[in-house]
Design a protein around this ligand. Structure first.
Ligand code: PA5
Length: 436
């Protein structure tokens, strides 16, 4: 059932906000949802993502499957070139789903995904190129504007390598372009080279594009089930558009975070006890940071992975400035079990744990942490997922997108633009002597 995919638990945040406040903010969330669904708010030319799961064109999905069937057997590596919204959604799902050790797993059946175009570090490319000499590979170059410097530079380098390695014709067959329908340099290159190409719809902004070919193609190439991902997102779309505010996890999340922000909690720490969710946090940071951080306003999105980071940032979370709220993404079930062996001498003192699974122990660490943070003055919200699979991730991604649109409108900003991102580019181009 859709309703079981995410359980939003506020029992450790409720002592920080009173009931009247929450009811007031829930009312505002409901109103913001209506503005979003009616397309009456700022940035309403970028609302294509809202109905994307239910309106996904089946011929695009079959083309993705065909490209994957064609390229996957030829590629040990697959390079995803993109930055920001053009790679973080795919990386979030791929890293959540794949083995932590996929890079060295010789039983892997799909190409290993490597990323480029998200950095200008020279050493990064100097380290990548020798791998591209050794392994067979293909490329997806992804840029909505088709003009972003980082992926343009990376594609120039990798296209050159690919053509030298395989010749122009085979290089062409190994390249996929995902970009605007008619604008931008990447569109021109893709047309000229006759690459297999996909369009990023005009009305879907980069950070809301994970359920377009931007996310779907790399996720499918990595061997994961994009039909199940979309199914989860469809369930979420239906649920969050229709459920009344008090039973609507997305509206409740938007209401709580805004109510807490109004009380001075300026930072939201997204935490998990499952390290494979690290890139879900990275994707979430872009989604909320770029959508809300404007006009001198916005909750600062930050993230930590526990228990690892309890041994580095745990002190701050427990006793630092009390302006931090926390949202824990909890996972109820792991996929497999590892037994802690019994030891006759028990010198390390862990025999008392042998009847428990590591998941039970991790859950105790999680419960203990949540209670400690709450008692130390951190309001803690919890997003409880049953397990990590494509359907749940599809639901989670849509949940965060929907809550983000609602929350941005509640804050009074246009959640769908990012004017501030231009400032560094302007300075960089001046310093590089680019002719404008
Ligand atoms: O959300 C956004 O629109 C941005 O973060 C973009 O995703 C990012 O800047 C990459 O842009 P592009 O896809 O045009 O290369």
């Amino acid at each position: 059932m859709a309703q079981n995919k995410i359980f939003f638990n506020t029992e450790n945040a409720d002592i920080f906000v009173n009931n009247d406040d929450i009811n007031n903010f829930l009312g505002r969330a409901e109103a913001a949802k209506k503005v979003l669904l009616d397309g009456r708010g700022a940035g309403n030319d970028f609302l294509g993502w809202v109905k994307l799961p239910s309106q996904q064109e089946s011929d695009i999905i079959s083309r993705i499957h065909k490209d994957v069937e064609r390229l996957s057997p030829m590629c040990q590596l697959f390079v995803v070139i993109g930055i920001g919204g053009s790679y973080l959604g795919a990386r979030a799902v791929i890293e959540a789903m794949q083995s932590e050790f996929a890079a060295i797993d010789d039983k892997r059946t799909a190409p290993y995904i490597v990323y480029a175009g998200h950095t200008l570090s020279e050493d990064y490319y100097a380290q990548l190129l020798p791998l591209l000499d050794r392994f067979d590979y293909g490329v997806a170059v992804i840029s909505k504007s088709g003009t972003t410097t980082e992926p343009a530079v990376a594609f120039r380098i990798i296209k050159n390598h690919l053509e030298k390695k395989y010749g122009k014709e085979v290089a062409r067959q190994r390249t996929i372009a995902i970009t605007d329908a008619c604008r931008g340099a990447l569109h021109t290159i893709a047309q000229q080279e006759c690459y297999s190409s996909y369009v990023i719809p005009d009305n879907v902004g980069g950070r809301f594009s994970v359920l377009t070919p931007v996310g779907l193609l790399p996720i499918a190439m990595a061997g994961f089930d994009i039909d199940a991902l979309l199914e989860g997102a469809r369930e979420a779309q239906q649920l969050y558009a229709s459920a009344p505010a008090k039973e609507n996890a997305a509206l409740r999340y938007a209401a709580y975070r805004n109510a807490l922000y109004a009380k001075g909690y300026k930072v939201e720490m997204l935490t998990n006890f499952t390290p494979s969710l690290k890139y879900v946090s990275e994707w979430w940071k872009q989604l909320y940071g770029e959508s809300e951080g404007k006009e001198g306003k916005g909750i600062m999105p930050h993230s930590l992975s526990f228990t690892t980071d309890l041994h580095s940032m745990g002190q701050y979370m427990q006793e630092g400035e009390r302006t931090v709220m926390e949202t824990v993404v909890s996972v109820s079930h792991s996929h497999s079990r590892v037994q802690i062996p019994s030891d006759e001498q028990d010198l390390d003192g862990v025999n008392y744990l042998i009847s428990k699974s590591l998941t039970d122990i991790n859950h105790c660490a999680e419960r203990g942490t949540i209670e400690a943070h709450r008692d130390g003055g951190v309001p803690v919200m919890q997003m409880e997922l049953e397990r990590i699979d494509e359907r749940t991730l599809g639901h989670l991604l849509y949940f965060f997108e929907f809550a983000c649109g609602v929350s941005g409108y509640m804050l009074g900003v246009n959640p769908f633009n990012q004017p501030g991102v231009e400032a560094y580019k302007k300075n960089m181009f001046r310093l590089l002597g680019k002719k404008m």
